[in-house]
Ligand binder design. Structure first.
Ligand SMILES: *Cc1c(COP(=O)(O)O)cnc(C)c1O
Length: 217
């Protein structure tokens, strides 16, 4: 039996916060163990690793894609992915729409924001994201459903900085919600918070956390 900290982590989540158990780099057995404890939502960041796990594990698992997604990989995950959290261009969104149509699915996505100070992190600036939404092409994509925003805070011990970024994410969500999705109940997800900062994320209104190392150690 593989030990995990699923129960401990669950006990620290606020009411209504969705837990994505990030299983990347962890073996199939670890996922199976968490599944046996009732966890159904898992996050993976590489298409190949995800494919192997998807094939091996129960089909009622909801897989969330949380890594950088190349457009040429969309076709492999489109038939089964529950949510793509890392959409950072109209090009990628178009491809998701195209592949969703091919397999008769509406694919849930999040808009990935770049708020951290590191240059290496992917995602759109708030300005880029607003430009994408304002341009409006997404409204003509029946096989894509925009469900909210996703971001990663800076990888730092400076909690003030992390809080600042999470509050930026919250404010941006509220702005986008009011401007483009006021009548759309499904635009509701604020995906921020990882192992080291999810308690802070919850204080800043996150309702969807992605936790890996805290669970699978
Ligand atoms: C790996 C990863 C996580 C989980 O990180 P931990 O620190 O292990 O909790 C969350 N989100 C994204 C985008 C990741 O790549």
């Amino acid at each position: 039996m593989i030990k995990n900290n699923l129960k401990e982590v669950r006990n620290t989540l606020a009411e209504g916060v969705c837990l994505v158990a990030v299983s990347k780099y962890h073996p199939i057995e670890s996922v199976a163990e968490a599944y046996a404890e009732g966890q159904r939502i898992f996050g993976e960041s590489r298409e190949q690793e995800l494919r192997i796990k998807h094939d091996a594990l129960p089909k009622d698992i909801q897989w969330h894609f949380i890594g950088h997604l190349q457009t040429n990989k969309v076709k492999y995950i489109a038939p089964y992915i529950a949510m793509i959290e890392t959409v950072d261009s109209i090009r990628l969104m178009n491809e998701i729409n195209r592949q969703g149509a091919k397999c008769g699915r509406v694919i849930d996505i999040l808009l990935e924001l770049h708020l951290a100070q590191e240059e290496t992190k992917s995602g759109m600036t708030t300005a880029e994201c607003l430009a994408l939404l304002e341009e409006g092409e997404w409204k003509k994509m029946p096989n894509v459903r925009i469900c909210g925003i996703m971001t990663m805070a800076s990888n730092t011990d400076d909690t003030d900085r992390i809080r600042h970024e999470f509050l930026q994410a919250r404010d941006f969500f509220n702005e986008v919600k009011a401007r483009y999705f006021a009548d759309c109940d499904t635009f509701s997800i604020k995906s921020y918070g990882m192992s080291h900062d999810y308690m802070l994320a919850q204080e800043c209104d996150s309702n969807h956390v992605r936790i890996g190392s805290r669970i699978f150690s």
